[in-house]
Design a protein. Structure first.
Length: 175
């Protein structure tokens, strides 16, 4: 039997996380202002994550122009995050050392490494959160495998629509 942590609700406040930021300081998505895109990636061991974040890097100007601040976070230690950022040329905000407690606070699926060659610690499966200027979660996408992730071009188009049309948070009807 598999268990997971409770999922965050659409429209709820994003948890007040403090995540070490590559280059110094902390990422604090809940307290930043404006629109924020938080991408949780599996880590250096995942080629699909690299491809996804390379796509984000290629669209960084479009997200910035649309008034959306992207950031990516993982459980990787600083040295792995530095190596990936340098090798891939990522310039968006990058957080590392996401703790198990923080993963569960976000309602993420967490996996154990299949071998020491993969990684040396539990890691979060992919997720994506869009936080609006009211600090509420506008969009949530949580996956349990690396193969399912939102298309970033479609997401950007949707976010432009949301902003232009004051589109509400969806999926808030209680069970």
């Amino acid at each position: 039997m598999t268990t997971t942590s409770p999922k965050l609700a659409a429209g709820s406040p994003f948890p007040d996380l403090r995540i070490p930021r590559l280059g110094g300081g902390l990422l604090q998505p809940a307290s930043d202002s404006g629109w924020r895109l938080v991408i949780v990636y599996r880590g250096k061991h995942c080629p699909l994550c690299k491809h996804y974040l390379d796509t984000l890097q290629g669209m960084l100007g479009q997200f910035t122009e649309a008034g959306i601040a992207p950031m990516a976070i993982s459980a990787d230690p600083e040295e792995k995050a530095v190596a990936d950022a340098r090798a891939q040329g990522w310039t968006f905000s990058l957080g590392y050392d996401l703790s198990l407690a923080q993963m569960f606070q976000l309602g993420l699926y967490v996996s154990s490494p299949r071998s020491p060659q993969e990684t040396d610690r539990p890691f979060a499966e992919p997720a994506l959160f869009v936080i609006n200027p009211e600090h509420a979660i506008q969009i949530i996408d949580i996956s349990n495998a690396p193969f399912a992730r939102p298309d970033l071009a479609a997401l950007l188009s949707g976010l432009k629509f949301i902003r232009a049309n004051d589109y509400p948070v969806r999926g808030t009807l209680p069970a």
